[in-house]
Design a protein around this ligand. Structure first.
Ligand code: GDD
Ligand code: MN
Length: 368
């Protein structure tokens, strides 16, 4: 009986806190004005960094996509930074560069030390006032995506800008598509309030000066994009995701689960590092960091504890516990619920994986 009561209480907390947070963010923050003065005529020198590790199948398309942007050519530089790919990625990038009038530098790191390390190598060659990171396995939805991202940095209160994400391809149980729907809304709502602590490597734009102030991209976490943006937000600048900046990301053709677990692992690292800095966070940012750190670090474990307690009680013949557990399983037929449970499992597995290493140079997942 006591098992059951504790389990139900834990489950109640597990589900009600994120629901309350989502509801509040949507009902209150999302309705706020942006309070940002974007200027589409602001076109400073931009460096787009594309980090690559075995992206031979995608790099050409990625460069085509950047070249199709309507950003002024003479203010745009691209750096492809490759870390010891075993396919022809850097050669393909060099060939592409020879046949196009876009300024492209191809850098090669002799040893693979992870994405953030590569970004820092690129940073030491970057001449842009604005630095944009964009993963090779992604495209931007419109020709003016880059210009609109940079326009927001015309406002001196903004230090970093990211996109929202639309997945290309199909995920098992449609969980990726459903997850993105909710998360995009949340990221925009947090951005309107102050900043979002979750950035996307498909388009992460930073003011160069601030990258130098936070000592470049952090190599101690795999979540370089989110952590860099959060360090900038902690300095008092806004780090925002805009609803009209859309990135398309190719979903893995195989190994979706381990891909999600690795990302969860990196987000867990990011929030664990961020936690220490919460007490000194700007006022508007604090509730966001507290909520997101709770949701990533602690909340998933309540679900696991509840499930274990209910299973133990059910095994002892407790009918109510068995009924609650069955309900929890039957509900998996509902997409939003299934999506949520899957994310919780990824976070739990991701946290556990952190016990055996940080996964800074992660396994390559086939996307196309
Ligand atoms: N130069 C270099 N060196 N590039 C790398 C390395 C490396 O060691 N590892 C990965 N990359 C490149 C990939 O080629 C790709 O362009 C980009 O970094 C993202 O890597 P993916 O393998 O596509 O990972 P993802 O799609 O799951 O990435 C997401 O999660 C990461 C954290 O887990 C993105 O949001 C990333 O930005 C994020 O860092
Ligand atoms: Mn990717």
């Amino acid at each position: 009986m006591i098992f059951e009561a504790v389990a139900l209480l834990l489950a109640f907390i597990h589900f009600s806190i994120p629901l309350a947070y989502y509801w509040y963010a949507k009902a209150v923050w999302l309705k706020k004005p942006w309070n940002i003065k974007a200027d589409l005529n602001y076109t400073p020198r931009v460096t787009v960094i594309v980090p690559t590790y075995n992206e031979a199948t995608l790099i050409q398309q990625k460069l085509d996509d950047i070249a199709a942007q309507d950003y002024p050519r003479d203010s745009l530089e691209v750096i492809v930074v490759d870390s010891a790919s075993t396919d022809r990625t850097p050669e393909i990038a060099e060939e592409w560069a020879r046949g196009n009038n876009l300024q492209v530098k191809v850098l090669r790191e002799p040893v693979r030390r992870g994405k953030a390390h590569a970004l820092n190598t690129a940073l030491s060659h970057a001449t842009g006032e604005v630095v944009v990171v964009s993963d090779a396995d992604s495209t931007w939805a419109t020709r003016d995506t880059l210009r609109r991202a940079v326009a927001v940095l015309a406002d001196p209160s903004v230090g970093a800008v990211t996109c929202i994400k639309v997945p290309a391809g199909r995920s098992p149980g449609r969980v990726e598509e459903t997850y993105r729907g909710y998360y995009n809304t949340l990221r925009v709502a947090e951005s309107k309030k102050h900043s979002t602590p979750v950035f996307h490597g498909e388009l992460a734009a930073f003011r160069r000066k601030l990258l130098d102030e936070v000592k470049a991209f952090p190599t101690y976490t795999g979540s370089d994009d989110s952590h860099t943006a959060t360090l900038i937000a902690l300095k008092g600048y806004r780090a925002v995701a805009l609803e009209d900046l859309v990135c398309v990301e190719f979903l893995p053709t195989r190994g979706y689960t381990s891909w999600r677990v690795r990302r969860a692992q990196h987000l867990v690292q990011h929030f664990a590092y961020t936690l220490k800095r919460v007490p000194r966070a700007p006022r508007g940012l604090k509730p966001i960091l507290v909520a997101e750190a709770y949701l990533h670090l602690l909340n998933p474990w309540l679900l696991l504890a509840a499930a274990i307690l209910l299973s133990a009680a059910a095994a002892k013949g407790d009918v109510l516990a068995a009924a609650a557990l069955s309900a929890g399983i039957l509900l998996l037929a509902l997409k939003p619920y299934r999506t949520w449970i899957a994310s919780q499992l990824y976070l739990i597995l991701g946290s556990l994986r952190n016990l055996s290493g940080k996964g800074i140079a992660w396994e390559k997942t086939a996307k196309r």
